[in-house]
Design a protein around this ligand. Sequence first.
Ligand SMILES: Nc1ncnc2c1ncn2[C@@H]1O[C@H](COP(=O)(O)OP(=O)(O)OP(=O)(O)O)[C@@H](O)[C@H]1O
Length: 263
Amino acid sequence: MLKAENVWHVYENGREALRGVSFEMGQEIVALVGPNGSGKTTLAKHLNGLLKPTRGRVLVDGMDTREHTVAELSRTVGYVFQNPEHMFFEENVFREVAFGPRNLGLSEEEIEERVRWALKAVGMEGFEERTPYSLSGGEKQRLAIACVLAMKPKYLILDEPTTGLDGRSEEGVVEAIRRLHSEGHGIFLITHDMELVARLAERVVLLHEGRKVFDGPVEEFFSLELHDYGLEKPELLRISERAGVGFVRSVDELVEALAGGAR
Ligand SMILES: Nc1ncnc2c1ncn2[C@@H]1O[C@H](COP(=O)(O)OP(=O)(O)OP(=O)(O)O)[C@@H](O)[C@H]1O
């Protein structure tokens, strides 16, 4: 369980980025949304100890983040940053993914097994010898997920994993996230992409000016007045609403619901 208890975060310049946020999650897919500057990245960085609360506390499977190092916590909570290309430094994909497990002091055999498993999980088998810099944006994003995955963290924080990706690359990342979730990983997804939220999330946490203003099922989230938070309902949901159909995650679901209604 990842747990934030009445967390306040005040940056050195006095900016109150989080104002009493409480939240917990298990092995589910939770989307973290909110306007620019609402505190999403600040909250996410608390969940693996990159930032420590000014007040309140954060527990990672019972470990108080103030009493553990980021290195210790990142075995349980992996963080995939936005724009991951800046984090690659090895000559090929295999070595890049092996870097984390090697730092854990694992045997060569175990390292190799983890690299193969992580690359498979993100659909990148066969990329082992490629130079990270030669990859497309979507492949880089999936490689970044594989690097974190190879550490086998129970929870994964993904910061805008599909921003700037074309449809096919986005599909690859979405598939990877679904697969990870079905294998028992908890996913905390920071995103501005409401379509992605509708497709993937089970639950949504909405931040506004450092406060949690909503935390509930995705269907309920989309019945909020999202304009008040600078967010837009995806077109698909606007159509399904006009058609008198409830929440749908995809065009296929919409068509099915409409066909069902027509029967
Ligand atoms: N290192 C810092 N020093 C001072 N203020 C900061 C720092 N990092 C973030 N802030 C401020 O804290 C507030 C929350 O920032 P944060 O990055 O958590 O928001 P966000 O919801 O992730 O925004 P975005 O959607 O734009 O990425 C903002 O007002 C931001 O300017």
